[in-house]
Design a binder for this molecule. Structure first.
Ligand SMILES: [Fe+2]
Ligand SMILES: [Fe+2]
Length: 176
């Protein structure tokens, strides 16, 4: 491994210029506009997931629905946390988080499906989680080393979506 040498004089010059950009320095390698656009799609995806899980929480009824209800509520809270992380990152990148309900469903990668009973709700949620898992994995590959903070955030979210998918799969197996 070669020696790490930083040109501090240049770094300091660059840091001093464009202070109004806050966390975004000239060393930022990704396409900022494109990253903010993708993050707003992820934000919409997470909000749709919150809404879907909330709907399922309130509508799940019948024998054996208690376990699913508790899971729906917990997932809703975690999707909300994901949405908040993403909105925070968008503002760090000097973008604006899009919370406009108009167009929310079309910005989202996953769908809002109501389901008819607990089993179909669990299946719809698993479907949505699997979409999120695929699309977030692709976003991570797309970001590469160009924005490691965003990449790490997406990785943290992805880890939880995989846990959600596993929870739903186990519940479906138990109820089958
Ligand atoms: Fe999420
Ligand atoms: Fe999830």
């Amino acid at each position: 491994m070669s020696e790490f040498v930083a040109d501090l004089k240049k770094i300091k010059e660059r840091a001093r210029s464009h202070m109004e950009n806050g966390a975004v320095t000239e060393n930022y390698k990704a396409d900022l506009k494109a990253v903010i656009k993708v993050l707003n799609e992820v934000l919409a995806t997470e909000i749709v997931c919150v809404l879907r899980y909330k709907r399922h929480y309130f509508m799940a009824a019948g024998i054996n629905s208690d376990g699913a209800k508790a899971e729906f509520l917990q997932h809703a809270a975690e999707e909300q946390q994901h949405a908040d992380w993403i909105a925070t990152r968008i503002t760090q990148l000097n973008g604006e988080p899009n919370f406009n309900p108009e167009g929310l469903a079309s910005r989202s990668h996953s769908e809002y499906a109501e389901g008819t009973d607990v089993i179909s709700m669990l299946k719809e949620d698993l479907f949505a989680e699997r979409i999120a898992i695929e699309s977030y994995s692709e976003i991570m590959r797309w970001l590469g080393d160009n924005d490691s903070t965003t990449r790490k955030m997406i990785a943290d979210i992805l880890k939880e979506e995989e846990e959600h998918a596993e929870d739903l799969k186990s519940l479906l197996e138990k109820m089958a």
